[in-house]
Ligand binder design. Structure first.
Ligand code: NAP
Length: 327
């Protein structure tokens, strides 16, 4: 009995130490992005000799995949606003020409478009590489992504859709990065932005494959960020939550938008602001808040909550389909 009492101070010291350690790790994980944004905002005052504009920092050209709609299109416009020439890559020629014209008429920059379908896998990259030859790409935005048509159980998702998701979400990020590294190393500068998703934060039932591919994007980004740091090439992983784009057309609730679900333009404006300032970000203040709150619960609980949310969205979609059929 005496022995147990002797051990009590040791035990409480141990619990105290674990508590402080866990809190420190949590604060570091959750606030590192905010701290690095504040640091780079203060940089011009303390290191005025360092480049401040995106063009000075990375060069004149940016490449954006999936750039004719949603986040990619608005991201391209934001970069053009900051004086960057942009290369847009998507499937549809007519949309590419239209967005290029829109950007050239609004901003004094050059544009180029490349029509490519990333769902085709390996065969598209030779064509893209040829088209990019001679262009000193300083910013690569791996934005293109695909979700199921609506949240659903794995067995119901057509095989073709699953292969498309794997080729687009994993293949394009990997191979576009692989293609561009060599040139960025030669230039001695550059930044690669990989658009992941809040769905990577925990396994996501009814969006299982989409969430898993976005988890890939995050671990891939954080790993190559360290590989490339010594070559002065930065890697930023962006994890948006819901944004009003056609990817979410299956849900009227999401498409209505809200404080938590911004428009693509508002989202892109905010996330481009973090470019070169943080290595990992949700890109938007209310997404950061949601991410922080979600992280307070254990992964298994988040998985359950995420699954319930997707089930609800699935039901909403099926109900809308029924209503439309009945009309
Ligand atoms: N919207 C959200 O709520 C949300 C949330 C988290 C993460 N994200 C991520 O953010 C990124 C952008 O999403 P978004 O919602 O802006 O997408 P979106 O509105 O659906 O736009 C997709 C873009 O990609 C192009 N595209 C589609 N399939 C393609 C293919 N096979 N090959 C080449 N281009 C293709 C489309 O143009 P064409 O059809 O002409 O090819 C379009 O320009 C994605 O990686 C997505 O996973 C989005």
């Amino acid at each position: 009995m005496l022995f147990v009492f002797d051990m009590l101070p040791l035990l409480s010291g141990f619990i105290y130490f674990v508590g402080i350690w866990a809190l420190a790790v949590f604060i570091y994980d959750n606030f590192i992005s905010v701290i690095s944004i504040i640091k780079s905002l203060l940089q011009p005052y303390f290191q005025p000799q360092l480049p401040t504009t995106l063009v000075d920092k990375y060069g004149k050209w940016a490449v954006i995949t999936g750039a004719t709609d949603g986040i990619g299109k608005e991201y391209a416009k934001e970069l053009a606003k900051q004086g960057l020439n942009v290369v847009l890559i998507s499937r549809t020629k007519a949309k590419l020409v239209e967005v290029c014209n829109e950007i050239e008429s609004e901003y004094k920059v050059k544009t180029k478009w490349i029509a490519a379908d990333f769902s085709k896998g390996r065969e598209v990259y030779g064509h893209i590489e040829n088209e990019l030859a001679g262009i000193p790409v300083g910013i690569l935005v791996n934005n293109v992504g695909k979700m199921y048509d609506f949240p659903d159980a794995l067995e119901n998702v057509p095989e073709d859709v699953l292969w498309d998701i794997i080729n687009i979400n994993i293949g394009s990020v990997t191979m576009m990065t692989h293609m561009i590294i060599h040139n960025m190393k030669k230039q001695g500068k550059g930044i690669i932005v990989n658009i992941s998703s809040g769905s990577e934060l925990q396994p996501l039932p009814y969006m299982a494959v989409y969430g898993a591919t976005k988890r890939f994007v995050r671990t891939f980004s954080l790993a190559i960020e360290q590989e490339l740091a010594e070559h002065n090439i930065e890697v930023q992983c962006v994890t948006p939550l819901f944004v009003v784009t056609k990817m979410n057309q299956y849900s009227e609730t999401v498409m209505q938008g809200s404080l938590m679900v911004p428009s693509a333009a508002a989202y892109a404006r905010s996330t481009v602001f973090t470019l070169g300032k943080s290595k990992e970000t949700t890109g938007y203040w209310s997404h950061g808040l949601q991410y922080f709150i979600m992280k307070l619960s254990p992964e298994r609980v988040r998985t359950r909550i995420g699954g319930q949310m997707c089930k609800k969205l699935r039901q909403e979609y099926l109900d809308t389909q029924l209503k439309e059929k009945a009309m």
